[in-house]
Design a protein around this ligand. Sequence first.
Ligand code: XMP
Length: 327
Amino acid sequence: MQNQNKRPDSMERITTAALAEKFIDEQILSIKAQVGDGKVLLALSGGVDSSVVAALLIKAIGKQLTCVHVNHGLMRKGESEQVIEVFKNQLGANLIYVDATDRFLDLLEGVSDPEQKRKIIGGEFIKVFDEEARKLEGISFLAQGTIYPDILESDGIKAHHNVGGLPQKMEFELVEPIKLLFKDEVRVVGHALGLPDSMVNRQPFPGPGLGVRCPGAITRDRLLTLRESDAILREEFENAGLAGKVWQFFTVVPDFRSTGIRNGKRVFDRIVIIRAVNTVDAMSATVPEIEWAVLKKITDRILNEVPGAGRVLYDLSPKEPATIEYE
Ligand code: XMP
C-alpha cells in the first residue's frame, strides 16, 4: 500500500494559482470523504500552516469545523485580532477565542529558566486547548497544520523547539490536508484561498511567541516594550520595502536596564535589540546590511514612542555562533 506520509515522485510542485486551485478542489473532496458529517477541531494559531488548514476546512465542511485560538498573551501586536477578523468576521468560521493571557503570565511570573518557560507555555497551551475541547460535543477529528518538512525532519527545527504539540490523550482521528506540501506551496495555496498577504507571508513565529524574546523572567511591562517596539520595526521594514526581503526580524528586550538621561535626570531604561536575519533553512543565518537611514528612523521611533525604551541596538551576530532567537 502507498505510504500516506510519503510525497509521490509524480506529485507536481504547486507553483501557480491554477495548480493551487486544483489542489484545493482535490482536498475539498478528500476532506469531505474522510469527515462525512463529523465534527473537526483545529488549534488555530494564526501561523501560515494552521491558517491554510482552517481556510481549506471552512471551504470543505464550513460549520462542521470549530477553530480554537488561544491567546497566550505572547502574541505580536494585532495578531489575535487578525485571526478573529479573518476567520470569524470574513470567513464566518466557528471560532472560539480564548484570552488566556493572565493564566500564562501568572504562571510565568518569576520563572527565568528558558527551558522551564517553554515547558510552562507548552503545558498550559495543551491544558487550555483541552479544556475548550471538552466543552464541545461530538468532536471526532483533529485537524493539524503538519507540513512535509515536519515529516521529513523529525529531528529538525520544529521538533527540536516545539513546545508540546496537541493533546495526545484525546483520541481523535487526524485530518492533515497539507502534510505533503512544502512551505512555499502552502503559501501559494494560502493566496489561492484568499487569505491576506500578511498572513500568508507571515514570518516563522516560535510557539512560545514573544516569551523567548523577553529573556529571563517575563514581566508585563517588558512585554509591552517588546510588543510595541516589534510593531514599529515591522511597520518600518514594510515601509522600506524590506519585509519581503529579510527572512525574519523582530525585537528583543533583555532583562537588565541601562542608564539614560531624560530632561536632565538620570533614568534606568529598557534596551531594545533589533534582530534581523536571512537564511534558507534556519540552520545557519546571516545578518543583512540594513540602510543606516532605516535603522536610524526605527531607533528614533522606538526611543520616542515606546514606553520605557532608552537604548536601541542592532545585533550583528550570525548563526553560528548565535542562534536566531535569544532563548
Ligand atoms: P534558533 O533560535 O534555534 O531558531 O536559531 C531557528 C528558527 O526556529 C524558530 N523557533 C521556533 N519555531 N517553535 C517553532 O515552531 C519554537 O519553539 C521555536 N523557537 C525558535 C526561530 O524563530 C527561527 O526561525
